[in-house]
Design a protein around this ligand. Structure first.
Ligand code: NDP
Length: 297
């Protein structure tokens, strides 16, 4: 079998298109412009690229984008004061603090100081609890993007065996909650899992979120399974240049899978699209308006 490629780039463009339509309608009918504030502390090069890209895509869908770039030695008190100001700013509907933060800042404290209704990353402890109990929440962007692609491909996920490799708070755990919410039978694997190959071989859906280049070989994949590759790993090629690869060995997995996301061009583009979708959802909720369909969990 040769897998169908799930084109995350094209799907993300579709999601952004839907968001842009809703944003235009909000402006026309309610004179509302959703606002997204991104806070970057320090000069981590990868974070700078992400923040630029987020800002650009935010304005492209017609939203207001605000960037706060703070020095690497910014004090916790100053960062918390900025978040408090954004929490109380009615023109800001979404707040994202780019992670990782410099070591002297308490990430949990900072994230939990964001108004949960504006927590478009879905990392606030209240949103984690709401998601875990099946209530309306802000859903972390990367797992939301994976869920949207799975729903688009399969329709219903009910009764499918799903294996999530990785148990991080930002990808693995919320991904498992979302799959459970869609009535999958979910296994979460991690570095202590025994006989990972056998666990993965039972899966109708494999979500790999490990951070180890090409760790999952094709012979772990059940014939016809759907493989969602969250990993983004930069490796050096024979010619000394670098390239991005995922957590699964794409060539061998694509031979056995029914469908697979490529890296790049799979989960990555969906993450920012879902950030924009979350900002729109937060805006609608804050103003008592109907939420856009198909853009939340
Ligand atoms: P973390 O490092 O926080 O978590 C990695 C998880 O993988 C841990 O739970 C760890 O287990 C598990 N793990 C490590 N080694 C093994 C192993 N040999 N076998 C089984 N499980 C293992 O990573 P993230 O969740 O933050 O990110 C995962 C990947 O996804 C990275 O490549 C990252 O770059 C990418 N990513 C991509 C995004 C996108 O937009 N596409 C967004 C976010 C992340 P344990 O808990 O036991 O240590």
């Amino acid at each position: 079998m040769t897998a169908q490629v799930i084109d995350g780039k094209a799907f993300a463009a579709e999601v952004r298109g839907k968001v842009a339509e809703h944003v235009a309608r909000l402006k026309e009918k309610h004179d509302l412009v959703p606002g997204l504030a991104v806070v970057l502390v320090g000069e981590d090069p990868a974070s700078q690229v992400y923040v630029r890209s987020k800002g650009k895509q935010t304005t492209e869908v017609g939203m207001k984008s605000v960037e706060h770039k703070l020095d690497a030695d910014t004090s916790e008190a100053d960062l918390l004061a900025l978040i408090d100001q954004l929490n109380n700013d009615d023109s800001i509907n979404g707040i994202l603090v780019q992670l990782p933060l410099p070591k002297h800042l308490d990430e949990d404290l900072v994230i939990n100081s964001i108004d949960p209704a504006k927590d478009v990353d879905g990392f606030h402890i209240s949103n984690v609890g709401l998601l875990g109990t099946g209530q309306k929440s802000m859903v972390p962007c990367t797992p939301l993007g994976c869920l949207m692609m799975l729903r688009e491909h399969h329709g219903s996920l009910s009764g499918m065996n799903a294996v999530v490799i990785g148990r991080s708070n930002i990808v693995g755990k919320p991904m498992a909650q979302l799959l459970l919410g869609d009535s999958c039978t979910v296994t979460i694997a991690h570095s202590r899992t025994k006989d990972l190959a056998e666990v993965v071989r039972r899966a109708d859906i494999v979500v790999a979120a490990v951070g180890r280049p090409e760790m999952v070989p094709g012979d772990w994949i059940k014939e016809g399974a759907t493989v969602i590759d969250v990993g983004i790993n930069r490796i050096e090629k024979d010619d000394g240049k670098t390239k991005l690869v995922g957590d699964v060995d794409y060539a061998s997995c694509a031979e056995r899978a029914g469908a697979i996301t490529p890296v790049p061009g799979g989960v990555g583009p969906m993450t920012i699209a879902c950030l924009l979708a979350n900002t729109l959802t937060a805006t609608c909720r804050a103003n008592g308006l109907e939420e856009p369909k198909g853009l939340t969990a």
